[in-house]
Design a protein around this ligand. Sequence first.
Ligand SMILES: [Zn+2]
Ligand SMILES: [Zn+2]
Length: 306
Amino acid sequence: MHTITFLGTSAGVPTRFRNVSALALQPENSKKWMLFDCGEATQHQIMKTSFSAYNLERIFITHLHGDHVYGLCGLLASKGMQRSESPLEIYGPKGLQEMLECVMQHSQLNLPFDLKIFEIDGKSSMRFGAMKIEVVELSHSITSYGFVISFDNMPGRFDARKAKEMNIPEGPLYARLKAGENITLSDGRTIKGSELVGPPRKGARIVIGGDNDNPLLFSPYAPFDLMIHEATYTQRDFERLEKKFRHTTAKQLAEAAQEMGVDWLILNHISPRYDKNGRVVELLEEAKRYFGGRVDIAYDFMKIEI
Ligand SMILES: [Zn+2]
Ligand SMILES: [Zn+2]
């Protein structure tokens, strides 16, 4: 299973309960992990988990608003102070390179590791092993992107318990059976790998959205097993706002997810107003009225498997 850990789920400013945007993705069977967005103090959030800066392989930045990117320089500097030499790649919108280089130059930040910055656009698409990432241009007050992550199909699960019950000695034989080979044991029995390995598993397709006022922009890539997207306000609160910011409401997201065929919807980037008096439930209730699948509200350090 791939794991996703929410490191910051608040919109715009941190609250006592939520930090600003950041999310960790760790693919199945991988020590390495990836970070999506890096709001201020993300390094503090990381310290409260088992993730290390050493194993952080790539960072993806959805857009250059401070609540998504102001933690980057601190994170880089700390990794440098730890003398961590593992290379790091950062993918983000145009301007990211200049932004980082300016800070690094003026604060004399010399990193002991190889840092590569890649500026992306709405046509970018990357492949890392069994994972493909497609960049989708979104609709927000500045250039903002979302990521569609498609994992290749995975081999079926190996039933180690059944193998033990069949008195197959643990060790290299298990690896051969896992690979689907047939083996002959010293007692003469022949065991087929297919007896112990389940059917291939369909690779997950996940959306991680940046700030955006039009979630249907993801529809060319639908359907999705999991969609993580901002739902900054309820519809009612949004309509009462004097100045409209370009964000999505719970209702709007739920309707879009219903239309696109989403199995599991997670509302993220929550306005600080909902942290008071348990109001966050209003977002959940609104989303449930318009979306029939599984729906959750993200909270800091929530960990899910997919
Ligand atoms: Zn934001
Ligand atoms: Zn924004």
